[in-house]
Design a protein around this ligand. Structure first.
Ligand code: PMP
Length: 440
């Protein structure tokens, strides 16, 4: 009998005993390639000596000081590092302990911005269907899956949803990418007008959708069009890069590839790469200055924000990524991964789409490639793929069922940035074997 209140008490869990490089090992010594077992977290793999040393050094100095009394060198250095590399003027870095906290803080900052600038309070948020932004009550409220929200109704934040940019399923025959992006921008504009522009605080979305749709990158002009609509109506743009950011998509900030600068961006996961729990919210000068000129105090905070050990770990992670030119490897290995997946599985009747950016790769499963109909959710294909993959020594991130607009089963592969080309081939071999065992 365990006293840990596991999320799924009926599920059997083995023990993670140790990790080395791209592998982790259970209590029986069985090894698993961590090709995103940690939900796109472990970007440097396990047991990286530089990160471990940085954590030890910080512990020897100081682990914790409350943020209302002190700052720390680790927090200042990490904020400098991020601000220098962030797009536009997103150079005010607010530290938190994870992704939900970062999104939650972004929602509150957006609302407070309008109050501080003497505008009527804007209470509503617009997000997208088939989205996930975290599990705290505010972040949950904006998430695009009703089945997640239902047990917690009524939620605290009024949220409304528009379509995600899902060209594989929603781009019409004969419609160009530009026309498709324009159609989605018009839908957002209509939603804003319906609600009354003066009521909408922000549009919130993942730059590249992660778990809920399997590495779904938007068409080229999408973000530019969405930004224009937000600007026309004074609506803030919040990008959630909790999963897609910090190099996962091949750029430190995913939106760098999309020619868009949001007002607020949320990051987590890859920031600390699993070595310490840490997230952050980056705000533009316009937002920061409004708070400073107004009350001078952001009404939000947590005990562990800017934790010195977490900041030291994250800085070490980011410095290693830069020092070892790992983002170039992310781009090259990502191309390889998609290419080898297409060679191995491109003709499989149930493999509908292989997509993504950098080492953020999704595979969508269907009844047949031409019809694109989702697999029967009762078959729980995604869950069977996960179990079989573990049997084959592979950790990947499954999501699925046709629940509430989640259209079909898919799997996310987000292996560490340190993968070699041989590692990628091994991941593809284990993944292809898994697919042929579950979907013969
Ligand atoms: N936003 C996105 C896009 C995520 O993928 C997640 C986590 N899966 C979160 C927010 C929430 O992050 P956390 O679990 O660290 O609270």
């Amino acid at each position: 009998m365990t006293h840990v209140f596991h999320r799924n008490p009926r599920q059997h869990l083995d023990f993670a005993m140790r990790g080395q490089g791209i592998e982790l090992f259970d209590q029986n010594g069985k090894g698993y390639i961590d090709a995103s077992g940690g939900a796109a977290v472990s970007c440097l793999g396990h047991g990286h000596p530089v990160v471990i040393q940085a954590i030890k050094d910080q512990l020897d100095r100081i682990a914790y000081a409350h943020s209302s009394f002190f700052t720390t060198q680790a927090a200042e250095d990490l904020a400098d590092f991020l601000a220098e590399r962030a797009p536009g003027d997103l150079d005010h870095v607010y530290f938190l302990s994870g992704g939900s906290e970062a999104v939650e803080a972004a929602l509150k900052l957006a609302r407070q911005y309008f109050v501080e600038t003497g505008q009527p309070a804007r209470r509503h948020f617009i997000a997208r269907r088939q989205s996930y932004h975290g599990n705290t009550l505010g972040a949950l409220a904006i998430g695009g899956n009703a089945w997640r929200r239902e047990p917690f109704l009524p939620l605290l934040v009024p949220a409304h949803h528009v379509a995600p940019c899902y060209a594989y399923r929603d781009q019409l025959p004969g419609e160009s990418e530009e026309q498709y992006a324009e159609r989605l921008a018009q839908e957002l504009e209509q939603k804003i007008l319906e609600l009354g522009a003066g009521n909408v605080a922000a549009f919130v979305a993942e730059t590249v959708v992660g778990a809920t749709a399997g590495a779904l990158a938007p068409v080229k002009t999408y973000w530019r069009r969405m930004r224009e609509v937000c600007d026309r109506h004074g609506v803030l743009l919040i990008l959630d890069e909790v999963m897609s950011g910090m190099g996962r998509s091949g750029h430190l900030f995913a939106c760098a590839e999309d020619d868009v600068v949001p007002d607020i961006i949320a990051i987590a996961k890859g920031l600390g790469a699993g070595y310490q729990p840490i997230g952050a919210m980056l705000a533009s000068g316009r937002i920061y200055d409004a708070i400073v000129a107004g009350s001078g105090f952001f009404q939000h905070g947590h005990t562990y924000m800017g934790h010195a050990t977490a900041c030291a770990a994250a800085l070490a992670v980011q410095e290693v990524i830069e020092r070892d030119h790992l983002l170039a490897n992310v781009l090259a290995r990502g191309e390889q991964l998609r290419g080898e997946l297409r060679s191995a599985l491109g003709q499989h009747r149930n493999v509908g789409d292989i997509r993504g950016r950098g080492l953020f790769v999704g595979v969508e499963f269907v009844q047949d490639r031409a019809g694109k109909a989702a697999l029967d959710p009762a078959q729980k294909t995604h869950a069977r793929l996960k179990t079989q993959a573990m049997h084959n020594g592979l950790l990947m991130y499954p999501m699925g069922g046709t629940i509430d607009g989640v259209r079909g089963d898919h799997v996310l592969l987000a292996p560490p940035f340190i993968c070699t080309d041989a590692d990628i081939s091994e991941i593809v071999a284990r993944f292809a074997a898994t697919v042929s065992q579950v979907l013969p």
